[in-house]
Design a protein around this ligand. Structure first.
Ligand code: GLN
Length: 551
């Protein structure tokens, strides 16, 4: 088998400086050159997957279409479709689904090695970080290479150089680079170059320090991508090159951009892909489809109008909690020539002050977010009902659809105290309840109904209007569902059952009839939205919101 080339991406100075977007942009440039690329993310935390992490602290878990089933020992299999939020960025840039095996965590690595130790696989030896953990890391990287025909794999290492947790990964990369020919691997280091207004200077010292940190573990970067507010000055570039032992053309500026999808173009202009190709001894023709991407970027930067969307939910403290939803709204807006302005509406505030509900009328539409647990849910239910009363375009995603259904049951059907059993286990009307197959499950890791599933859309519904197809596929992440017997009763009061799973057993979407545009879906269509191909449901929602705003 022909081995692909491996590009490792490490970070320095600070986390959260956009390493994911940088990695995705490099992948996009190589794709423009006609190469088949894939992306791997290494997360040094001990969770097996990010599904159990707090989304406010860590950002959303992204859900892949496929499931990864991994069986380190016959007695134990773990499966996952919940991956780091960077996979959202990757998929949006390269425009195709990525397999969950590509998210490697310390949790998975250690779990496998320890289970294998119990099986007796290493009998007689002391099991150690080097070589057992590092071997498992290398094995996992090669597993991605084995699974498909690839030209290049980009491997982003989470955290920053010098973190204790990341050390085994950097060591594995060091070994890996020694074991394959020099022209088969490349190391990109992404750092921060702060600008100090007082002295009107770009400061390269933090970059120098983080390069030193890498060198101390035996890693020489081949390329430095310098994040900063502004374009890198010539003198800063020269300095970084000198201290990092690399030529000046290998220092690439990554300034703040109005539009993140523009980054591949900015990199191209600085010759980043040409440098990589030369260094990896790859021969490629001129970039293809770049013009088309440029046009797509312009959709975002040259919008003609604005559309205001209220995002109602409870995890409101960090922008990344709902990053895929925000991006899906932006994709749909851009296609319609509109910049989407998203205001987070904390439904706990609505509970404190119901008068805030009136404020919703200022918006083109309301998106009710996914979520777990009872906090803020009364506010979500009141929000849904307000939208029904005011005929305000409403899109409920997963939990949002469950809250819409609860509101409908309470106020249209008169079922006092109706609720989801996730929120109120004693409710007299359990209109949302555990999926039957979830009842026996007590463990929390990757045990939800996860990943991509087929959906059957009923004709003459808003949903059908959006997708224009009977059979669609979207991704799911839930334990609870709308109880079919209540949905059936609700249809007598004007609720429309617009989609189910293939068996007809799981309600996948509901709508309110005769109303302008009120839709709730159990799935997460945001995960399949792309800048150049907005998800049809988000597009339909934005169109409805624009229509309302124009009247
Ligand atoms: N907590 C709900 C469930 O498990 C909704 C989950 C979600 O919004 N992703 O069904």
């Amino acid at each position: 088998m022909k081995m692909p080339k491996f590009i490792f991406v490490t970070g320095g100075v600070l986390s959260g400086i956009g390493k994911g977007v940088t990695t995705a942009s490099i992948a996009k440039l190589l794709q423009f050159r006609g190469y088949n690329v894939d992306l791997v993310k290494i997360d040094p935390y001990l969770n097996v997957d990010p599904g159990t992490l707090n989304p406010v602290e860590h950002g959303e878990p992204f859900v892949t279409d496929e499931l990864y089933e991994f069986c380190p020992a016959p007695s134990f299999t773990y499966r996952t479709a919940e991956v780091d939020q960077d996979f959202g960025t990757y998929e949006r840039f390269v425009g195709r689904p990525i397999h969950p095996r590509n998210n490697i965590t310390s949790g998975q690595i250690y779990l496998s090695v320890i289970l294998q130790e119990r099986l007796g696989k290493f009998l007689g030896s002391t099991v150690q970080i080097i070589p057992h953990i590092t071997n498992e890391i290398k094995r996992r990287i090669l597993e991605v290479a084995d699974a498909q025909k690839l030209d290049v794999i980009l491997i982003e290492v989470g955290g920053t150089a010098g973190d204790i947790e990341g050390a085994p990964f950097l060591e594995a990369i060091r070994q890996f680079r020694l074991e394959v020919p020099r022209q088969d691997t490349l190391l990109v280091h992404v750092t921060l170059v702060p600008y100090l207004p007082a002295v009107d200077e770009m400061k390269t010292k933090p970059t120098q320090h983080s390069v030193k940190e890498l060198l101390s573990v035996g890693l020489q970067p081949d390329l430095i991508v310098a994040r900063g507010k502004r374009q890198l000055t010539e003198s800063a570039r020269r300095k970084i090159a000198l201290y990092s032992n690399i030529p000046k053309e290998a220092v690439i500026s990554n300034p703040d951009l109005e539009e993140i999808y523009e980054l591949p173009i900015r990199f191209y202009e600085q010759g980043l892909d040409a440098y990589i190709l030369q260094r990896l001894e790859m021969v490629a023709g001129p970039p293809r489809a770049m013009e088309k991407w440029r046009e797509i970027v312009q959709r975002f930067t040259k919008t003609k109008e604005r559309i205001r969307i209220a995002m109602a939910g409870k995890y409101m403290r960090m922008g990344d909690t709902y990053i895929s939803i925000c991006e899906a709204l932006r994709h749909a807006g851009a296609q319609e020539g509109a910049a989407v302005e998203i205001d987070m509406v904390d439904t706990e505030d609505i509970e404190q002050n119901p008068a805030l509900l009136e404020g919703l009328k200022e918006y083109g539409g309301v998106l009710s977010t996914p979520g777990f647990g009872s906090r803020g849910t009364e506010g979500m239910i009141q929000t849904a009902w307000k939208c029904i009363e005011e005929d305000l375009p409403y899109l409920g995603i997963c939990f949002g659809s469950q809250m819409l259904f609860t509101a409908f049951c309470r106020y249209s059907m008169g079922l006092k105290g109706a609720n989801s059993t996730e929120i109120d286990p004693q409710t007299p009307h359990p209109v949302v309840d555990l999926l039957p197959e979830q009842r026996q499950i007590t463990e929390k890791g990757a045990t939800m109904r996860l990943g991509g599933h087929p959906i059957v859309v009923r004709p003459k519904t808003r949903l059908f209007e959006a997708y224009k197809k009977k059979n669609i596929r979207e991704r799911f992440r839930h334990r609870y569902h709308l109880m079919p017997k209540y949905v059936e009763k609700a249809t007598e009061k004007g609720l429309v059952l617009s989609a189910t799973d293939k068996s007809g057993r799981i309600v996948n979407a509901i709508e309110v009839a005769d109303k302008y545009w009120i839709v709730g879906v159990q799935c997460h269509p945001e995960f399949t939205s792309r800048p150049d191909a907005p998800n049809p449901l988000y597009l339909a929602f934005i169109r409805a919101a624009l229509k309302r705003q124009q009247h």
